[in-house]
Design a protein around this ligand. Structure first.
Ligand SMILES: Cc1cc2nc3c(=O)[nH]c(=O)nc-3n(C[C@H](O)[C@H](O)[C@H](O)COP(=O)(O)OP(=O)(O)OC[C@H]3O[C@@H](n4cnc5c(N)ncnc54)[C@H](O)[C@@H]3O)c2cc1C
Length: 377
């Protein structure tokens, strides 16, 4: 399925990118102007990411499990088995995880804790498993892939629970559930803050030629220190830069820590590739959490669930780069400085199951970022 103009507009609006810059070259900045702009949160000088095709470590691809109407947290009965679904979080699953999993675990209210199966070892499976343990359940995770081979491990990792649904399709009830999950998840991550869980707070710049408000204004208080910088107030080639502070989550570190916490809590893993729903229902546990991400499309015949292919480019890490950027190019663009790599994104191709990194996207992502940081001396 191709992305329609309207879908792309919705995704970008949901991401809060507003109108993406149309002519970077048209507003060419002066060569050395970056250092003179005061930093807005960090006390360090601006550092220019060393972006070039020669620096590319690799390009990778992941498939966000996207449902236009939003993620599915619900309970279903199949004879003597109860399945609690928790899947379909699009491009916001890392951010939403603790909140969505809390909603899912709430579905067990009134049941006596006993043995429970969790299908999937991505961020939804692991956070559901941890919350179930806290509620007294004895958890076994059944999974085809270990965490480091999941979509969750590919995620870029900005705390921003967006591009998770199409606001023109999702219901008012979903939007309220989404806001609840976002707030709970935000709260949970602030409790886990620190290097152990791969979480740090970073200055973030959303670049745009428009002052259009993002759609997510009802969550605005979760993005402290927000301000809109106009012409002459920031070093980027767009007219405006919306700056705020948010968390950056390093998925590989987070997943490793969650696995450790799960195992300390007595949790067990079983590697198993389920063929279909009947196969899932054949596990010995009578309560089953379905956290199979995109796998749910086949396992539970969910036709609405489709991939949103995302491509990322890795360049070597640089501890001096201590801010994130989003937008500022003709296609989707973002730069997140993680501890392991500087990550450059990205793409969001709905319905595209292909797994190959596309060389022309790598080239676009790299060269658009080079133009964006051209002013940084
Ligand atoms: C490029 C990219 C950038 C992203 N950036 C961000 C971001 O900045 N912030 C953010 O919040 N989110 C981001 N996301 C989205 C996030 O990665 C996903 O929403 C999230 O990882 C979904 O988690 P999950 O646990 O539901 O699925 P997954 O991580 O895919 O895990 C699914 C699990 O189910 C198992 N499974 C599936 N089918 C079967 C089967 N048949 N039998 C047994 N096991 C099965 C798998 O093996 C796996 O263990 C990004 C995603 C991509 C691709």
């Amino acid at each position: 399925m191709q992305v329609s103009k309207q879908q792309r507009r919705n995704i970008l609006k949901t991401l809060g990118a507003g109108a993406i810059a149309t002519a970077i070259g048209g507003c060419a900045p002066m060569a050395t102007r970056a250092p003179k702009y005061p930093r807005f949160y960090s006390r360090q000088p601006w550092a220019k990411p060393r972006v070039s095709m020669d620096n590319v470590i690799r390009s990778i691809v992941g498939h966000r499990p996207y449902r236009p109407s939003g993620f599915n947290v619900s309970k279903e009965r199949f004879d003597e088995k109860t399945v609690v679904h928790n899947y379909g979080h699009g491009g916001g699953g890392i951010s939403l995880s603790w909140g969505s999993s809390a909603l899912a675990v709430r579905e067990t209210m009134g049941m006596t804790p006993g043995d429970v199966a969790v299908i999937g070892s991505g961020v939804m499976g692991l956070t559901s498993a941890r919350l179930l343990q806290d509620a007294g359940w004895n958890v076994t995770i059944y999974t085809r892939n270990v965490a480091r081979h999941t979509t969750s491990n590919v995620a870029a990792g900005e705390w921003s629970p967006f591009s998770a649904h199409d606001p023109e399709v999702s219901s008012a009830a979903f939007k309220s559930q989404f806001a609840w999950a976002s707030r709970i998840a935000h709260h949970a991550y602030t409790n886990l803050g620190g290097a152990d869980y791969g979480i740090r707070w970073l200055e973030t710049y959303q670049l745009s030629d428009s002052t259009e408000e993002p759609d997510n204004v009802e969550l605005a208080d979760l993005f402290p220190m927000t301000r809109v910088l106009g012409p002459g107030e920031h070093p980027f080639p767009t007219t405006y830069a919306r700056s705020f502070v948010t968390m950056q989550i390093d998925p590989a570190v987070l997943l490793r820590q969650l696995i450790e916490d799960f195992q300390i809590g007595g949790g067990k893993f079983v590697i198993r590739n389920f063929k279909d729903r009947a196969d899932v229902l054949s596990v010995k546990e009578s309560v089953i959490f379905n956290c199979s991400g995109l796998g749910a499309a086949e396992l539970f015949e969910d036709d609405e669930l489709i991939p949103a292919k995302g491509q990322l480019v890795y360049i070597p890490p640089d501890p001096a780069v201590d801010y994130m950027t989003f937008g500022g190019g003709e296609g989707m663009l973002y730069m997140f400085p993680r501890s392991d790599v500087i990550l450059l994104g990205g793409t969001f191709k709905l319905g595209d199951y292909t797994t190959n990194p596309e060389p022309e996207e790598t080239f676009r992502i790299v060269t658009e970022h080079q133009k964006m940081f051209a002013a940084f001396g």
